[in-house]
Ligand binder design. Structure first.
Ligand SMILES: [Zn+2]
Length: 414
């Protein structure tokens, strides 16, 4: 079943920060392709339709003297210039220009031969194919009506931006870090406080993973490639959502949850790297969309003023970008452990529905360093020397992944 979502221009204005903020920091970027553009004119009515490979935040403005229609999209690859130029065939359109703004937004400007007023604008999303269509319905108007509309429309847009992060607002741009910053690794030692995790021979998983996380932090900081934050640095309880929120608050670029669980004897040994499964991610998106405090689930996006459906679609879009990055991260981690001659599980990459992996715009992996239920693993887990080797292996892996991720990012942006 194909379900089309409808959203008016005001709803869309609330989403303007989806990719601009994050991409300025080298994070995820939602980049759609323009697959088609068509204009139609009948009597006093003009309609314009843009077909896109995926939904994007957009904003529309009507400017007077001379009359112009300005459509900004975040972010769209224009592709074939001739396709866009076709809009000039409309009698109401004198000339068309398009390009990319310095902040990454794509802009389409139509110089109007006659004043046009916007009647409706909406973006519909085909949730099965992921494609989107932006439809503008316009009608010709007298010049004074147009001038009035241009004024009111502009003030409407200015008002609706209050409280939103808008990449085009000077205050928000100033708030962005200007100097390139080090990527932030969020280490999440599992369990803690009233939740000891697995226990064997008087050893608690919560203590083992905290000690290891501190070792890994030290190695990473010494190398100087990353900044490091931790969800806990003491034997305290932190909720699962609280861990993801902490990562968000630290503007983390990558999230590693560290564990050393126990399974029934003999079932598991060696390191395993868990990703959020695709099915679980769909369920997560729905779950997150329904949550009251979803504002912090996607960086830079205020989802609180949007419907669950739109929030869910935007999170799915972000996940499309993040899932392959997390997969590359898990593969790099496996390579790192293998290269160091440390023990790997026979299926070193697995997936599951872990709450701590639910951030849709931050590659996240849950690491089982080993299993306390395996005597050999337990001996390793208790050995600080082994911990140091594992920390160096994971640091190698993070560096390799980051280099790959930057490379992939550059390709995606091309
Ligand atoms: Zn655990």
């Amino acid at each position: 079943m194909i379900r089309w979502l409808r959203q008016g221009v005001l709803a869309v204005l609330g989403l303007v920060a989806l990719s601009g903020m994050a991409s300025a920091q080298g994070g995820f970027g939602v980049q759609a392709r323009l697959t088609d553009i068509a204009g139609q004119s009948r009597d006093a009515r003009v309609s314009i339709e843009l077909s896109l490979s995926q939904p994007v935040p957009y904003r529309l403005r009507v400017l007077s003297s001379p009359p112009r229609l300005v459509l900004d999209l975040n972010t769209v690859v224009w592709g074939d210039a001739g396709r866009v130029a076709r809009l000039q065939d409309l009698p109401a359109v004198k000339a068309v220009r398009h390009g990319i703004l310095p902040d990454g937004w794509a802009r389409l400007v139509m110089d109007l031969a006659q004043p046009l007023i916007l009647e409706t604008s909406e973006q519909t999303v085909d949730t099965e194919r992921g494609a989107a269509r932006i439809s503008l319905a316009l009608r010709t108007a007298k010049l004074d009506e147009f001038e009035q509309f241009a004024q009111s429309e502009n003030s409407l847009i200015a008002r609706s931006s209050a409280g939103f992060l808008r990449p085009d607002s000077p205050t928000e741009r100033r708030a962005l870090p200007l100097a390139p910053r080090r990527p932030v690794v969020m280490l999440d030692p599992g369990h803690g406080g009233r939740d000891p995790g697995a226990e064997r021979d008087g050893v608690r998983e919560a203590d083992i993973v905290l000690r290891f996380s501190r070792q890994l932090r030290e190695v990473l900081l010494r190398r100087g490639t990353f900044d490091v934050a931790m969800t806990r640095d003491a034997d305290v309880f932190v909720s699962l959502d609280g861990r993801v929120r902490a990562a968000r608050a630290a503007s983390a670029d990558v999230f590693l949850s560290i564990h050393a669980d126990a399974l029934p004897e003999g079932l598991a040994s060696g390191a395993v790297f868990y990703l959020l499964g695709d099915e679980a991610s769909d369920a997560s998106a729905a779950y997150l969309a329904e949550r009251h405090d979803r504002a912090d689930m996607l960086s830079g996006v205020d989802l609180t003023r949007n419907t669950d459906e739109i929030a869910r679609v935007l999170m799915s879009v972000a996940w499309q970008d993040t899932a392959p990055r997390a997969r590359v991260l898990a593969e790099a981690l496996v390579d790192g452990v293998q290269a160091s001659g440390l023990r790997l599980h026979r299926r070193p990459i697995q997936s599951g529905a872990f709450t701590v992996l639910r951030a849709v715009d931050m590659p996240s992996v849950l690491i089982e360093l080993g299993f306390m239920s395996s005597p050999r693993d337990l001996a390793n887990l208790r050995d600080p020397e082994w911990g140091k080797r594992m920390a160096e292996a994971l640091a190698d892996a993070l560096e390799a992944w980051h280099a790959q991720d930057m490379h992939d990012n550059a390709l995606r942006r091309r």
